[in-house]
Write a protein that binds this ligand. Structure first.
Ligand SMILES: [Zn+2]
Length: 123
């Protein structure tokens, strides 16, 4: 793969945002997801999934300024999507509520999976 294509592939954690600017946001937020609190400072695997979120979505004309940018893990970014919120607090409440719903689903699914695995062992 030519180098310029490779560079494009690793363009950075958010489209149209330079790596330098992204790093400024990460540092200000201490490499923590501002929604769920995921710690990307002490865990490499967490750091790998950190992105930059536009609080007011870029797709809706949100500014590429520090005040509008926060460190955000990929799952929280996907949950928030391009929805519009009145404030960061509103966005955070929405994301955390959805995460909670997903967690309930996960717990149920994990129980079913464990039970299935256990019954297979008996047989
Ligand atoms: Zn998060």
């Amino acid at each position: 793969m030519p180098f310029d294509k490779l560079q494009k592939f690793f363009a950075g954690p958010a489209p149209h945002l330079s790596r330098e600017d992204a790093m400024k946001v990460f540092k200000r937020d201490q490499f923590q997801c501002q929604y769920c609190g995921l710690d990307g400072l002490h865990q490499f695997s967490n750091w790998m999934i950190l992105t930059i979120d536009h609080i007011h979505p870029h797709a809706h004309g949100g500014a590429r300024k520090m005040e509008n940018l926060v460190t955000c893990c990929q799952p929280c970014n996907v949950i928030k999507g391009k929805r519009l919120f009145k404030s960061f607090e509103d966005a955070k409440a929405f994301v955390l509520k959805r995460r909670n719903e997903w967690e309930h689903l996960y717990v149920q699914q994990a129980k079913v999976a464990e039970r299935t695995a256990a019954s297979h062992h008996k047989a």
